[in-house]
Each structure stands twice: as C-alpha cells, then as structure tokens.
Design a binder for this molecule. Structure first.
Ligand SMILES: C[S@@+](CC[C@H](N)C(=O)[O-])C[C@H]1O[C@@H](n2cnc3c(N)ncnc32)[C@H](O)[C@@H]1O
Length: 619
C-alpha cells in the first residue's frame, strides 16, 4: 500500500501517524522488500569501509549502516563508535541532499555523503605513502530503466520500450568498472538494478568480468539466503533497437555510438567460464514483489594494473569507459567541480526520477572541505566542561566544516580566540581515516558523521562552554559524560518538554504565568540536581523506577541551564515524539494535570520572558 492510500483511509489513520512518527524518529525506513536484497549479499562487517556508489534516496545505505552498527565487534558497548564507515555517493545534488536529510535520522558517525559521478569517483590518495584508498565492500545499485518496478509504477507501461536499456548500458558498465577498480583485493561488490533487461544486467556483469581478465569472479550464492526464491542469470539474449533485433556487426558497433560490443551476449564458452548463471534474478512471482537483479562479485587479485601498463580501450567498447579512469585517481578536477554526464532520454524515464534531475547537478557549487578539530581551546573547553571519559577521545573524533565559522562573542571573557566553528561533528575511525587520506581535497563531502556540538548564539556564547550537545548526537556522548548530567523525576522532565522552560528560582518579575506568582515550577529534588551543575548545557535523564538504565538514557533530553531557569534544546519536530515517549511513564492523573496546565498556559499567551535569561532557540 502506498502513502496516499494510507492517508486517505480513515481506518488506517493511526497506522499512518505511527509510520510518520517512526520515520521522523528514524526508527522506520520504508522500502519495497525486494529492494532490500542487494545489501543482504554484501555481508558488511563493522570494521569495513563500504562504498555505496549510487545511494540516493538512501534506503540501502541505511541497511548498510545498520549492518555496520548492529554486528558491531564492540559487543554493544554504549557510545562506542563503529570502526568502519559507509561512504554514500550520488551524482545528483538534489538527491544527494535528500539522502543527507533522510540519513540524518540514523545519526551515524560512520556515514560520509559525497557528490560525484560514480563512473569518475575520485580515489583518495595518501600523499606520503602514495597509497590509494580501497573499499572493502562496494554496492553499485546503478541507475536503470526500472522495468522491474512495472507493478507499482503503472505509468512505466506507457513509456517502456525494449530498446531503453541500450541508452543506459554504457553508464552502467562505467560505474561497475569504477566500483570494481576501487574495490580492495579480497573485497566484495554487489551490482544491482531494478530492471530485468539483460543489457542492464548480465551484459554489464559480463563486460566487467571480461575487462578484469580474471581478477573478478561471480560468487556462487546458492547457499546464501536460500529462502529467497530466485532464478539464475541469463547466458544469452537478443539485442533490439528501434529497428528490431540486431546482430553483432562490426559496422554498427562503436562507430554508430549506439550499440556497443558489450551489449551482445558472450559466446556460450565464455558465458560458462564466467558462470553467468550465478547472477540472481528476483522475479515478481517468486516472492510477490517487484523484480530485481543482483550479482555478487569478488576481487580475487589486483586489478586494474598500474597506469603504465594500461592498454587503450578498444574503440568498440562503450564510450563512457574511456572516462572511467578506473586505473587512475578518478576526477581530475578539485573537489568543487565534477563533470557529470547529461541524462539520456532513458534515464529521464526512470520511475524514481533519478535521471530527470541530473541536470540540476550543473548547479554545483564549491563545498568547503571537512577538517579535524585541532584547536586546543575548543578541545580543552569541551573536555573540562563535560568531563568526558577516556573512551571518548575528542582529538581525532571531532570534525568541522571549513567556512562554517563564527566569531565567539565574549571571547575576552573566555580567553578564546575568534573565530570558532559553529558545529562540531563526530566521525568514526573509518570515516576519519577516509577524510584524512583525502589530502588533495578531491572528495566533495556533503556531510560527515553526526553533529555532536553546536555553538550557541551570542548570549549563550558567554557561558563557560559555548558548545551545547545536540539532541541527535546525545546517544554517542551520554555514556561518556562525567559532568553536566542530572537525573530528574520523569514527571518533571515530561513537563519541561511540554512547557519548554521551567524555573528553579523565583523569577524576579512575578513568576511563571501558569503557576502561582513567584512559585518555582520544578520539584525540590530536581532543583537540587540542577543546582549542582554549571550554568550552560545540561543533560537530563529521567528516573524511571524499575526500568533499565538504557531505557532511561534513551529518553535523555538536552537542556540549557540559565541563571534561574532551564530550557529544553529539542527542536519542534522532535519534541512531540519525545513528549509521547515520556508521557508513557506518567500516571493518568499526572498526565491530565500537565495537559490542563499546558492548555491554561497556552490560553494566557506565550511564556513570560525573564529579563536575565537568554532566549534559547533549539536547532
Ligand atoms: C536506483 S537509484 C539508487 C537507489 C538507492 N540505492 C536506494 O536504495 O535508495 C539510482 C541513483 O543513481 C543516481 N545516479 C545516476 N547517475 C549516476 C552517476 N553517474 N553517478 C552516481 N549516481 C548516479 C541517481 O541520482 C539515483 O539516485
């Protein structure tokens, strides 16, 4: 059932609301079942460096991240960063932004989003060692004609034509070759499409295997996930264009620039030697899903050879191959540039709209690089204010975007030298080493890691530590916090989230508008817990009686302690979700009281602003 249908049916309204909330909170990602198959065959381990070449909108990336996090070798130690990382790439800038937005909810320090033409993806190279970075796992879920989605995309019935695969085959070969070139020897790559056209599937795999001269092989997946019904790959097929079935004809191939030799089936001997039957075709009748093609490829020896030994591509090979630079560094230009091919008519027909928006890539703007935070003042201030434990080394974990700087108001008071980065991100060791090895700054990094700290506005900057913890990054920081943490009554925390500001000292101008004049709104125990903390960012964890510590930690809230009040620093989208989760722990009487109090407060107008308190804007 699709979103609009869910919205329309009153009987499913609650299910729809639950899905929307789960999606907002990041606990639910919706995706067609068969489209989840390719990452399952990639066998991602937590220490691995994984490349998702064509990642937007990010459904498979979230699976890869989940594999990286859940199979973690840290044994589930809270707050331990996974050693590896996932690099999610997409050529389309708008779709890349959508991907960043979608995956923000996964709040993973192991995610780096980049924006390149996958066929020319730059390989970060360590200048000192000269070593190019290679990936342990590569997913090439390439753009395709999408005929496997015919069941759910009825408009495709009118647009589809048998020749559509011809226009996209060359791009698919180029992406697959670049992916294989960037794969570590011994590494695994999955090539997949949601098209059943052999020109986009087995023909691409055959072209890749042929080019690798034995360095790549198709993996026999018979024993893997046997419960997923599938058909073997095809070994022969017909090539048809608008004029009908074509034979492999030297005059037609290459010079005509429409048909390439690689589109034609291999000889039966070559097909057998390649084991093309090891490719997997998931057809609609197998599992009552859409169709999907998946090939699992292993790199058994070094490939490609060093540049000096590379022969020129024969003219009969796809034109796009020439630009693939599979043996080189990829894109030649600096990170801000990028030569992205114009969409073919077939790509414009893609059901997911991928091709049609590629034109927007032309609006590329230079993106500032991402650097490690080395400013001692920042690192020392954060360490002394929050008292992080030894398992959370700030140096090497925190990154910032160059250009995202701000002058620090109150610098004289704090001893800081302006300007300072506005946002600080945590990145996993794998992501950090990727960023560090990109010494030539060739990667166009759209986002890296999870935002952990954010600098407050001017008034807040005067505090001892101007950086507050972000709600999205709290999960990673909380287990390591030595200071600024208070455990408070769950009723008080729910009320704080509902009201956004509570007082722990009598306001000088007469008190909160909903309480008795001058009466502090918090209970005595919460006030005691708060008074023990330094003014500035605080983390409040609910006391949940018999519930586990992990459950309580999961409901922790970032707040700001002012001179006489405390304010939540949770953004307006997240607030209702957090509120609903906290409310589950309130007894019905307390919940009714709080709701009535909030309603009365609302009807009296907005919260009174207390003169000596900064107005705090969360996120
Ligand atoms: C099939 S979709 C990917 C779906 C995605 N893997 C997922 O599961 O959510 C193909 C993607 O390839 C991107 N794309 C098209 N041409 C590309 C190229 N040359 N390099 C990188 N990405 C490209 C499109 O923007 C589109 O987002």
């Amino acid at each position: 059932m699709r979103g609009p249908q869910l919205r329309r049916l009153p009987a499913l309204a609650r299910l729809h609301e639950w899905l929307v909330q789960g999606n907002l909170y990041g606990s639910i990602v919706r995706q067609e079942a068969v489209s989840m198959v390719p990452p399952l065959f990639l066998d991602v381990q937590p220490h691995q460096v994984v490349l998702d070449m064509c990642a937007a909108p990010g459904s498979k990336t979230s699976q890869l991240l989940e594999a990286l996090h859940t199979s973690s070798s840290d044994g589930g130690v809270p707050g331990a960063l996974p050693p590896g990382c996932v690099i999610a790439n997409d050529a389309d800038l708008a779709r890349c932004n959508m991907l960043t937005h979608q995956l923000k909810r996964s709040a993973s320090p192991a995610l780096v989003v980049i924006n390149h033409d996958a066929a020319r993806l730059p390989a970060p190279r360590n200048v000192a060692s000269g070593q190019q970075l290679r990936f342990d796992r590569v997913l090439a879920d390439v753009p395709c004609t999408g005929d496997g989605t015919l069941r759910k995309a009825p408009d495709l019935w009118r647009k589809w034509h048998v020749h559509m695969g011809i226009g996209i085959h060359n791009l698919q070969v180029s992406i697959a070759r670049r992916g294989a070139a960037l794969l570590q020897t011994g590494g695994r790559m999955v090539y997949s499409t949601c098209s059943m056209n052999p020109l986009e599937d087995e023909a691409v795999v055959a072209a890749l295997l042929r080019a690798s001269e034995g360095a790549l092989r198709l993996v026999d997946t018979t024993g893997q996930l046997p419960e997923l019904r599938r058909s073997p790959g095809m070994s022969t097929w017909l090539v048809m264009d608008k004029s009908g079935v074509r034979e492999l004809d030297a005059g037609l191939v290459g010079s005509a620039r429409t048909l390439a030799r690689s589109m034609f089936p291999p000889s039966s001997e070559e097909a057998d030697a390649m084991h093309l039957y090891r490719c997997m075709r998931f057809l609609p009748h197998h599992g009552d899903t859409g169709g999907f093609f998946v090939a699992v490829i292993e790199k058994v020896s070094d490939w490609p050879p060093p540049p000096a030994h590379t022969a020129a591509h024969p003219s009969s090979e796809p034109k796009a191959d020439a630009g693939a630079a599979e043996d080189g560094d990829g894109e030649d230009e600096p990170a801000g540039g990028g030569d992205v091919q114009q969409p073919t008519p077939q790509e414009q027909h893609r059901p997911d709209g991928a091709g049609s928006s590629r034109q927007r890539t032309a609006q590329r703007t230079a993106i500032d690089p991402v650097n490690a935070v080395t400013d001692d003042w920042i690192l020392n201030t954060l360490q002394s204010f929050y008292g992080f434990g030894p398992n959370f080394p700030l140096r090497g974990t925190l990154y910032m975007r160059m250009g995202d700087f701000d002058t620090l108001d109150g610098a004289a008071a704090t001893g800081a030298q302006a300007p300072k980065p506005k946002r600080l991100y945590a990145v996993s060791p794998g992501a950090a080493s990727l960023l560090a090895s990109d010494e030539k700054r060739r990667l166009k990094v759209m986002s890296a890691g999870v935002k952990l700290f954010e600098k407050g506005h001017d008034a807040v900057s005067k505090a001892t530590c101007p950086y507050r913890i972000t709600q999205e990054g709290l999960h990673w920081v909380l287990p390591h916090l030595g200071k600024q943490l208070a455990r408070v009554n769950v009723n008080q925390l729910a009320r704080l989230v509902r009201r956004r500001v509570l007082f722990f000292e009598t306001p000088r101008n007469g008190g909160d508008s909903a309480g008795a004049a001058g009466a502090p709104m918090m209970d005595a125990d919460s006030i005691t817990a708060l008074l023990a903390l330094t003014q500035g960012c605080v983390v409040l964890v609910p006391l949940l009686g018999s519930s586990s510590e992990a459950e309580a930690d999961d409901l922790a809230v970032v707040a700001w302690k002012g001179a006489i009040s405390v304010a939540v620093m949770v953004n307006k989208q997240e607030s209702p979700i957090l509120q609903a989760r906290l409310d589950k722990f309130l007894d019905p009487g307390e919940l009714d009281r709080q709701k009535a109090e909030a309603a009365a407060h609302k009807s009296k107008g907005t919260q009174q602003h207390v003169a000596d308190e900064p107005v705090l804007a969360a996120d």
